[in-house]
Design a protein around this ligand. Structure first.
Ligand code: SF4
Ligand code: SF4
Ligand code: SF4
Length: 302
C-alpha cells in the first residue's frame, strides 16, 4: 500500500523493533475503510481506533488487531525508547541514571536494565558525588551540572551513552553452537553489520565488524549459533553543550562488579581532580582521555 510523505515520516518515528507490526496494523485499518493510500489523517484515526477510543470506523477492534500493540501502548513504548524509563531512586538533583526502553520490555535488551541501573545509582548515592557537585557551584544546580549515567540494553544505544559522563551498554558475542547448521541464512539476514557469512560447515563471524548485538544468536532455529561471551561496554567522558565531546570506550565485556568499580573510580577521580563547577567531561579533556582511561582500566581490573 502507498503512504503519503507525512504518514511515512510518522511511521519512521516508531521504534524499529515494532515498526513492521505498526505498519501492518495501520494498513489493515485503511484497507477496512476501503482506502488504498495511507495519509497522515489515517495514521491519526488508526491510532485512535486501536487505542479503543473514538474509532471513526467503529469496526477495527483490538481483536482485529490480532493482539498486537495498541496505539496507546505504542505511544508508551515510543516514549520509553526515546526518553528512557523512570526507575525509582535513580535521580537526585545532582546526578541521574537513565535507562533505555529495555527496562520496559524492549525485546532486544541483552541485560537486566533495571538491576544494572539500580546498582549504578547505588554506587553514585554512596560516593559523595552530590556533595562534590553541590560544593563547587554557587547558586542553583542546573541540568548541565549533573553527573549523568545511562544504561542501554544493547548496542543500539538508545539512551545515548556517547553523550553522557558514564554509559554502559549490554553486549552479547556470537560463536558456533552445538547444533547442525542447515544453511537457512537467517543469521546472516538479521545481521545489520554484514558480520556473518554462512559456509558449508556453518556460520563464520567477522569480529572486526560485529557489534555484539546478539541478534544472530536469537535468530538461529538450529542452535548452531550460541553466546560465546557477554558483558557490558563501559564508556566515559561524553557531553553536549558548548564544547561537545563523545564518550570513549574504557572497557569491553565487563561484568557488573567491574562496571561498579569503574564508576566508583570515575567519581573518586572527579572528586580528587575536578575543579569547582567543572563537569566530569571537561575534567577528562583537561587531564587527557588517555590518563583517565588508564586510571579507570586500572580500577576495573578487579
Ligand atoms: S538500546 Fe537496545 S534494548 Fe534499549 S531500547 Fe534501544 S533497542 Fe531496545
Ligand atoms: S552479534 Fe549482531 S553484529 Fe554480531 S554477527 Fe551477530 S547479528 Fe551481527
Ligand atoms: S547458523 Fe543457524 S541461522 Fe545461520 S544458517 Fe545455520 S541454521 Fe541458519
Amino acid at each position: 500500500m502507498d503512504w503519503e510523505a507525512d504518514a511515512r515520516e510518522r511511521l519512521e518515528r516508531v521504534p524499529f523493533f515494532i515498526r513492521k507490526r505498526v505498519k501492518k496494523q495501520i494498513e489493515e485499518f485503511v484497507r477496512d475503510q476501503g482506502g488504498r493510500l495511507v495519509t497522515g489523517y489515517d495514521v491519526t484515526l488508526a491510532r485512535r481506533a486501536l487505542a479503543g477510543g473514538q474509532a471513526d470506523s467503529g469496526q477495527h477492534s483490538r481483536e482485529k488487531a490480532g493482539g498486537v500493540l495498541t496505539a496507546g501502548e505504542l505511544s508508551g513504548i515510543e516514549d520509553l525508547v526515546e526518553k528512557g524509563v523512570s526507575v525509582e531512586g535513580l535521580k537526585t538533583p545532582h546526578h541521574e541514571v537513565r535507562v533505555c526502553g529495555g527496562a520496559a520490555g524492549c525485546p532486544l535488551s541483552l541485560i537486566d536494565d533495571r538491576a544494572v541501573s539500580t546498582a549504578l545509582a547505588g554506587v553514585l548515592n554512596a560516593s559523595g558525588l552530590d556533595r562534590h557537585i553541590a560544593g563547587g557551584i554557587d547558586g542553583p544546580v542546573l541540568f548541565h551540572h549533573k553527573f549523568r549515567v545511562t544504561v542501554s540494553g544493547c548496542p543500539n544505544s538508545c539512551s545515548q551513552p556517547q553523550i553522557v559522563d558514564f554509559g554502559v551498554v549490554g553486549q552479547s558475542v556470537p560463536g558456533r553452537g552445538e547444533g547442525h547448521c542447515t544453511g537457512c541464512g537467517l543469521c546472516a539476514g538479521v545481521c545489520a553489520e554484514k558480520a556473518v557469512s554462512v559456509r558449508e560447515d556453518g556460520p563464520v563471524f567477522d569480529y572486526s565488524r560485529c557489534q555484539n548485538c546478539g541478534q544472530c544468536i536469537r535468530s538461529c532455529p538450529a542452535d548452531a549459533v550460541r553466546e560465546a561471551d557477554s558483558g557490558y561496554r563501559v564508556m566515559a567522558g561524553g557531553k553536549l553543550g558548548r564544547h561537545p565531546r563523545l564518550a570513549e570506550v574504557v572497557l569491553e565485556l565487563a561484568d557488573e562488579q567491574r562496571i561498579k568499580a569503574v564508576l566508583e573510580g570515575a567519581v573518586r577521580l572527579f572528586r580528587a581532580e575536578g575543579m569547582d563547577g567543572e563537569r566530569f567531561a571537561a575534567m577528562v579533556d583537561r587531564l587527557g582521555m588517555d590518563r583517565v582511561k588508564e586510571v579507570l582500566r586500572d580500577v576495573g581490573k578487579c
